[in-house]
Design a protein around this ligand. Structure first.
Ligand code: C2O
Ligand code: CU
Length: 434
């Protein structure tokens, strides 16, 4: 399904989203329940969805590095659920994966999540049960962890990038679990937009943009105008050297942090073969009389262990299946090394602290965003050097991508495609760190 063109979205998400819970005001309760959301522009129809604490996206949970997140998840959606804290190097028991790390939180039940937040950066949380449906219905939100000394900015702006499969009336199209979607690119939306936590800036302001692709399937190529700056973090982790912005390619679940100066209204567009699709904008009005002039700093590096020069183990994970020439392996649409869905025993077991080099070999006709729970890993660059730390790696069709990870976090960790229909249709496994 392609994107249908809609009128330009000039306004922010005020009616849709409680943008900021605030450091002190982080809710002690995160309650999942049905909500009515204004996904389409104001004045167009509303959408019946699921949300947390009355909104979708759920409230922005904001903490300081080293804080403890402590909240009670209450489930009132009429189905089992659990909350996964995507990208956090977390205690395994708090990872939010039903049947692997915790029991299902059934409708009417609650579960207490309590864990410390080791890394600053841009993260998010989302349902990890029937996620291809529950996330598509709205069960996700941003999780922002501030540095001890955050870089000076005039605005720290969270930008959700998403699409929704809805009718022109706003009504949700409830074809979740379509086999055609599962075997192709996933459940792509019919309407896309950004949801930004700030809707107005001044020329000359310095902004931090925290982009989060919360879509269940769509890889967003994004072009930004109206800013001059650098990419300073990927998947929450600061880059040693800030990078040129250029055209962004953000896979589902990936994050990009940008520090930049505002030169004009910040416009987000999705380049297509035809006309670019407008995703929304943050209006520039007036001039900042006292702009921040220091050069854009690098963010502090996270305290992630350095990989050993020689890996302790190597392994190949072959991505298989799907439509259009992919070999059907395993007993479902997608498979990893010939096995669909979670095996009873871990695919691999690692000793705590081992450096492992994994080759992700994509034999399918589709790109996949492969996510490892509980850790960050380096992508290996074409010249063989270690690239940035990530928690989700985009592997294009017929591409091979090596990653290097120090498995230092004990427990049972999922490794799966974050195109959530692919995950549902078999593209997942797990590893154990002992
Ligand atoms: Cu963001 Cu296993 O998920
Ligand atoms: Cu996939």
């Amino acid at each position: 399904m392609s994107l249908s063109r809609r009128s330009f979205l000039a306004s922010s998400a005020a009616a849709l989203w409680l943008p900021r819970a605030g450091l002190a005001a982080s809710p002690a309760i995160l309650r999942a329940a049905p909500v009515t959301a204004q996904i389409l522009p104001e004045g167009d129809g509303v959408t019946e969805m699921l949300g947390y604490n009355g909104s979708t996206p759920g409230p922005e949970l904001r903490y300081r590095q080293g804080d403890t997140l402590d909240l009670r998840f209450e489930n009132a959606i009429g189905d089992g659920s659990a909350v996964h804290w995507h990208g956090i190097r977390i205690d395994n028991a708090m990872d939010g994966v039903p049947y692997l790390t915790q029991t299902m939180v059934e409708d009417g039940e609650s579960f207490d999540y309590r864990f410390s937040l080791p890394d600053a950066g841009t993260y998010w949380y989302h349902s990890h049960n029937r996620s291809w449906e529950q996330v598509a219905r709205g069960l996700y939100g941003p999780l922002i962890i501030e540095e001890a000394n955050p870089p000076a900015v005039d605005h720290d702006i969270t930008v959700i990038v998403d699409d929704w499969r809805i009718e022109r009336t706003g009504e949700m199209i409830e074809d979740f679990g379509s086999r055609h979607d599962f075997s192709h690119a996933g459940r792509l939306g019919s309407f896309a937009r950004i949801i930004a936590s700030v809707d107005q800036v001044r020329r000359g302001d310095r902004v931090r943009l925290r982009l989060i692709n919360t879509a269940t399937a769509r890889i967003f190529p994004l072009e930004l105008s109206g800013i001059e700056g650098k990419i300073v973090a990927l998947d929450g982790m600061g880059l040693a050297t800030p990078a040129q912005i250029g055209r962004l390619m953000i896979a589902p679940a990936q994050r990009v942090d940008i520090l930049a100066h505002v030169t004009d209204t910040i416009a987000f567009t999705f380049p297509t073969r035809g006309e670019p699709y407008p995703m929304g904008e943050i209006k520039a009005d007036g001039d900042n009389p006292t702009p921040i002039t220091e050069p854009i700093p690098a963010l502090p590096a996270a305290d992630v262990p350095r990989p050993a020069a020689e890996p302790n183990q190597t392994a190949t994970l072959t991505l298989q299946g799907g439509a259009m020439g992919g070999r059907h392996a395993g007993d479902d649409i997608w498979a990893l090394n010939g096995i669909s869905n979670l095996p009873d025993a871990p695919w691999r077991s690692f000793k705590r602290g081992e450096t492992v080099r994994l080759s992700l070999v994509n034999e399918t006709a589709f790109p996949h965003g492969i996510h490892l729970h509980g850790h960050h890993f380096h992508e290996v660059l074409d010249d063989g050097s270690l690239g940035p730390l990530r928690d989700t790696s985009l592997v294009m069709r017929e591409q091979r991508r090596d990653i290097v990870c120090v498995f230092d976090n004990p427990g049972k960790w999922l490794l799966h495609c974050h195109m959530l229909g692919h995950q549902a249709a078999g593209m997942k496994t797990w590893v154990e760190v002992v």
